[in-house]
Design a protein around this ligand. Structure first.
Ligand SMILES: CC(C)(COP(=O)(O)OP(=O)(O)OC[C@H]1O[C@@H](n2cnc3c(N)ncnc32)[C@H](O)[C@@H]1OP(=O)(O)O)[C@@H](O)C(=O)NCCC(=O)NCCS
Length: 183
């Protein structure tokens, strides 16, 4: 019997009522430039949970404006050093169009547990809202409980897109430890 890979879990969030968190002390938000790509690659490789990255892989992704653009990709810097990242993925032409995705959310492992993932997500949500995008979606995996907890607390909710997802969401939501409907 062939076991097919499970589809990723999906969530959506309207952007009409974003939290007004101030930036954590010492932090700034900035969008990326081409010169930042080696730094972005190094951050994703240090993160270690979003695959293995090379300059070539990053350039392929950022060279396709239907996938990622530098001006919709953020770094959260702490004292000038990038410690977290997230991106707005436009999905202009694929099966998700015209939706926009929050993706490639990553924090440097040395800086986990300080809310920088939330700060990075919120920066992309604000950037999307400023572009008059009404809603974002995201894809995640069952085991990414810190990410799912972060997304729930920002207002994302499960988007059940396939028959396996209700039971998988039941388990993942319980693992976050958040009460039902909490944000
Ligand atoms: C997701 C990620 C960016 C969050 O980083 P962070 O901002 O440092 O997140 P934290 O470690 O503070 O964890 C976020 C929340 O999950 C909670 N959490 C962490 N580990 C947990 C666990 N094992 N079980 C339940 N909750 C957990 C934290 O307490 C925190 O809760 P709070 O927001 O109520 O304080 C980071 O974990 C990461 O880079 N993960 C690997 C890449 C990844 O999974 N990206 C998302 C792809 S969809």
């Amino acid at each position: 019997m062939v076991t097919l890979p499970r589809p990723q879990l999906h969530m959506t969030c309207p952007l009409n009522q974003l939290p007004d968190d101030p930036l954590p002390r010492g932090c700034s938000v900035r969008t990326l430039t081409r010169a930042d790509l080696p730094v972005w690659v190094a951050l994703l490789n240090r993160n270690g949970e979003l695959g293995s990255w090379s300059a070539e892989r990053a350039e392929t992704l950022f060279d396709d404006p239907t996938r990622l653009t530098l001006d919709a990709s953020v770094f959260i810097t702490l004292d000038g050093e990038p410690v977290a990242t997230a991106q707005l993925n436009p999905h202009a032409t694929d099966a998700y169009a015209p939706r926009h995705e929050l993706g490639w959310v990553a924090v440097d492992p040395a800086y986990r547990g300080r809310g920088f993932g939330r700060t990075a997500c919120l920066a992309v949500m604000r950037l999307a809202a400023a572009r008059e995008i009404d809603e974002l979606f995201l894809k995640t995996d069952d085991h990414r409980i810190p990410a799912i907890r972060t997304y729930l607390r920002l207002g994302f909710r499960p988007w059940p897109r396939d028959p396996t997802s209700p039971e998988r969401w039941r388990i993942a939501l319980a693992a976050t430890g958040l009460p039902p409907g909490a944000s």
